[in-house]
Design a protein around this ligand. Sequence first.
Ligand code: PMP
Length: 426
Amino acid sequence: MTKSELLYQQATHVMPGGVNSPVRAFNGVGGTPLFFDKANGAYIYDADGKSYIDYVGSWGPMILGHNHSDVTNAVCQAIHKGLSYGAPTEIEVKLANLITNIMPSIEMIRMVNSGTEATMSAIRIARGFTGRDKIIKFEGCYHGHADYLLVKAGSGALTFGHPTSPGVPSDFVKHTLVCDYNNLQSVKQCFAQYPDEIAAIIVEPVAGNMNCVPAKHDFLHGLRKVCDQYGALLIIDEVMTGFRVALGGAQAYYDIVPDLTCLGKIIGGGMPVGAFGGRADIMQQLSPTGPIYQAGTLSGNPIAMTAGFTTLNLLNDVGIYQQLDDLTSQLCNGLLEVAKKHNIPFVTNHVGAMFGLFFTSVEEVSSYADVMKSNVELFKKFYHHMLGDGVYFAPSAFEAGFMSLAHSDREINHTIDSANRFFKSL
Ligand code: PMP
C-alpha cells in the first residue's frame, strides 16, 4: 500500500470523502487521490516521494510556480511580526493600491478570505445598492458555494433554477435566474420578463469551472449593454481569471468595464484571500461608510496580504503574460498535433495561462452543452496514463488547467510526449 493510499484510508474515517474540498477526492477520474507533501517550481511531490509536473497550481494561485523564494521569504519575515491583529495594517493599503492601479475599474476594494466570500459579498452589495433582489448567473459557471449560487438551470433558460444541493431551500434560490453561457438572447429574455427586478449579472469571463470556456467578445459586451439599459450591475467574477489571463485580468483582455469585480486565488499568492471591489459610489455603501453589512475576523490578514503583495509585484509586467501565453499555446498546440497524428477527436481552449482539454468531435467548445458532449471515459484513461507518467492535471474533465512561470520546454515536451504515447496506444 502506498503512503497516499494509507493516508486516504485514515482520512476517510475522520473527513467526509477523506478531503476538505470535494474534487480533490478523485471522484471525477476514479482511483485513490494523491496526498501531497511538498512542491517546488513546476513540480509537486506526493507523500511517497514521486514527482509530478503540476498543471493545477493549487487551482490557480501558484502562477509563479511553487515555493517562489521571494514570496516565502517575505512571508517568513511577516510571520515574525505576529500572525494576525484584526486591525488595519500598512500592507493592506499597499495591496489595495497595487490592485486598484492594475485594475482601474476597481476604485475601492475590500479583502475577504475566499472566493466564495467575495462573490457572496459582491451580490449583497449589488442587491443593496440597486434595491433589487434577482440575479442572473450562467449554467456551468461556479461562483463559490453560497446557497443562492448553487443553482442549476431548469429545463429552459427562462426558468428559475433548482438548488443543486440538498440543504439549500428552494426559497433561497427563487431570486436566481439561470441563463446559457455565451447566449445573449437568453439574458435579454430574462430582462424583458423582469425589467425592474434584476440587481446584477454575475459571470465568469473565461469560464474555468466547466473545463475552460472563454466568453465570446460580443457576449460579454452585450451583457454590459443590457445591464446599462436596465440599471443592473455587471459583476465579473475574476477569482480565477484575475492576474491569470492577462495582468489586468479578463476585463483587460476583453476591454470591458464591470461595476464590480470578484478576486481570489492569485491575489493571495497561495494564502487564503479573496476580495471584491469596483465603483467607489457602490463600495461606499458598504459598512462602516454605508448601511450594507460585511465583515471578517481574519480579513486583510497580514501574512496573506504579504504573500499576495509580493506575488502581484513579481507579476506586474505585461511581458510575463506574453511568456505565459506562449507556454500555454505551446502545450495546447503540441497536444493537438499528437492527437491529430493519431486521429483522436480532441479540442483545446486557452486564454493566457488558463487552458482546457476536451476529448470531443465538436469543432468549437463554447457552451455548457458543448462541454457535456465530451468523452469523460476517455479523459479518465488519459488522466491516469498522464499521472503514471508524472503529469498532474486537475482530476476532473470539467476543470481548467493552469500554466505557471516555472514551466518550461522541458515540462511541456514531457507532457506532449506522454500524451503522444497515450494516443498511439488507443
Ligand atoms: N469564483 C470562481 C470563478 C472560482 O473559480 C472559484 C473557485 N474555484 C470561486 C469563485 C470560489 O472560490 P473559493 O474556492 O476560494 O471559495
